[in-house]
Write a protein that binds this ligand. Structure first.
Ligand SMILES: Nc1ncnc2c1ncn2[C@@H]1O[C@H](COP(=O)(O)OP(=O)(O)OP(=O)(O)O)[C@@H](O)[C@H]1O
Ligand SMILES: Cc1cn([C@H]2C[C@H](O)[C@@H](COP(=O)(O)O)O2)c(=O)[nH]c1=O
Length: 197
């Protein structure tokens, strides 16, 4: 079972993901961008470079995803583990879909989904921590080019399109609630996801 946490920067994914370690000690906790590979290092260089080419950045994130899948996600799923990933392919569809909005690529989100279709493993469930772009930017501290409210508004619109296309995969959680309430709601959602599995 592959469960992913998605949402804007500052929506509280990492806070929730860390708290879940105690609740599900046997699960495999992982994240994108990865923090234990040179692919992840390359992605982090692109995130920190305001002049990085958006298309090149897409392919760096996608390379990191390919490595993450073959090295971590697929082996864990083959062992029957529950995998909980802080960000995954939907982040690419939503963020790089927004970054490439004014590029030569006509329908960037569909293009990115097309690239992934041949090799990715779609999550079984995705918990979407929903927060408005202004709160997201303020919480994240606006430390990189992705953490700006106007950009995050486009990213949020892309997440909404993804949810509309696959409503059965997504569980929306109001992430403007206090952290303990967000965590309670995520825990209840996960319990029901795992019970139904
Ligand atoms: N529900 C909440 N209410 C208020 N503040 C929160 C809430 N959840 C997290 N925060 C705070 O917001 C900041 C960002 O949280 P966190 O790192 O968990 O978000 P994130 O979604 O993982 O962000 P990013 O994608 O940028 O890594 C932290 O300072 C955290 O303490
Ligand atoms: C996986 C992924 C991430 N991003 C962006 C989102 C954030 O601004 C940064 C780093 O993520 P973190 O959760 O704050 O560590 O990268 C992206 O644009 N595309 C992706 O596929």
């Amino acid at each position: 079972m592959l469960v992913t946490l998605e949402g804007l920067d500052g929506s509280g994914k990492t806070t929730v993901w860390e708290a879940l370690h105690d609740v599900y000690p046997d699960a495999v906790f992982t994240r994108e961008p990865t923090d234990d590979s040179w692919y992840g290092d390359a992605v982090n260089r692109a995130i920190g470079d305001d002049d990085a080419d958006p298309l090149a950045t897409l392919f760096l994130f996608t390379a990191d995803h390919a490595d993450h899948l073959s090295r971590v996600v697929r082996p864990a799923l083959a062992d029957g583990d529950v995998v909980i990933s802080d960000r995954y392919s939907d982040s690419r569809y939503a963020y790089q879909g927004a970054s490439l909005r004014d590029s030569d690529i006509k329908r960037p989100m569909e293009y990115i989904m097309g690239i992934h279709a041949a090799f990715t493993r779609t999550p079984d469930k995705t918990i979407y921590l929903d927060v408005d772009p202004e709160t997201a930017a303020a919480r994240s501290g606006k430390t990189n080019k992705f953490e700006q409210a106007a950009y995050l508004a486009d990213v949020r619109a892309n997440y909404e399109r993804l949810i509309e296309a696959e409503p059965e995969r997504f569980v929306r959680v109001d992430a403007t609630q206090p952290p303990e309430d967000v965590l309670d709601e995520v825990e209840r959602a996960l319990e029901s996801i795992l019970d139904d599995a």
